[in-house]
Design a protein around this ligand. Structure first.
Ligand code: ATP
Ligand code: MG
Length: 193
């Protein structure tokens, strides 16, 4: 049988920022709540496009689509600012930190280009509109939003990062078979310097 990979396209974060997010956010008391699953520090990333289960044999097509996508796009600066949750505060599924508005536009346009080039290569994926965000924690059944969402949202909303550069995108394979999600980088493409 053909081997399938669960693929997504993302921008990675600088290691100093990951260290700071781990220290100031992921390990904060507001995140240690029943039913809340903070993203492991090494998995933090900005998702650009979710492809999903795909035959491994499609990787060369994905590689050339990404090559075309980054061809005309320059690296850009991003700041993480503020926080929120999807889909709403009463019944949150995902808590996130946001992206400054200028970088949100640049990320949106990068995500659109990636999605279009992949589509031209016959690679589909998540059809939902792109909403730039950094996922910080996922919510399980035992989470008590009435009790715990407020302080967590306040914590996330107070976060501000120094500007950092997005200068490459990656295609990762996500392995959900080991209890915890394990991501492996399978393609890397640099934006124009
Ligand atoms: P888990 O699903 O076990 O909580 P995870 O979400 O980290 O772990 P994946 O579900 O493989 O791992 O997701 C990998 C990336 O793709 C994450 O950024 C996730 O938010 C995003 N993603 C997953 N499914 C979808 C989807 N249906 N639409 C859009 N993005 C998705
Ligand atoms: Mg998931």
């Amino acid at each position: 049988m053909e081997n399938h990979l669960r693929l997504f396209i993302a921008a990675s974060l600088p290691s100093e920022l990951i260290t700071r997010l781990d220290r100031d956010i992921l390990t904060a008391p507001e995140l240690r709540k029943s039913g809340l699953r903070p993203v492991p520090a090494q998995n933090l990333h900005l998702t650009l496009h979710f492809i999903g289960e795909t035959p491994e044999t499609k990787l060369p097509d994905i590689d050339s689509a990404l090559e075309r996508a980054v061809g005309g796009i320059a690296g850009f600066r991003v700041r993480l600012v503020g926080g929120g949750c999807f889909p709403n505060r009463r019944s949150p599924r995902v808590f996130w930190i946001g992206i400054d508005s200028e970088a949100s536009q640049a990320l949106g346009s990068l995500a659109k280009t990636v999605k279009n080039e992949l589509r031209k290569a016959g690679i589909g994926g998540d059809p939902k509109p792109f909403r730039p965000h950094l996922t910080i924690a996922r919510v399980g059944e035992r989470f008590d939003a009435d009790q715990d969402a407020g302080a967590l949202l306040k914590k996330l909303d107070a976060f501000n990062s120094d500007p950092f550069e997005i200068n490459e995108i990656v295609c990762c394979a996500s392995d959900l078979s080991r209890g915890k999600p394990v991501y492996e980088k399978v393609i890397e493409k640099r934006l124009i310097g």
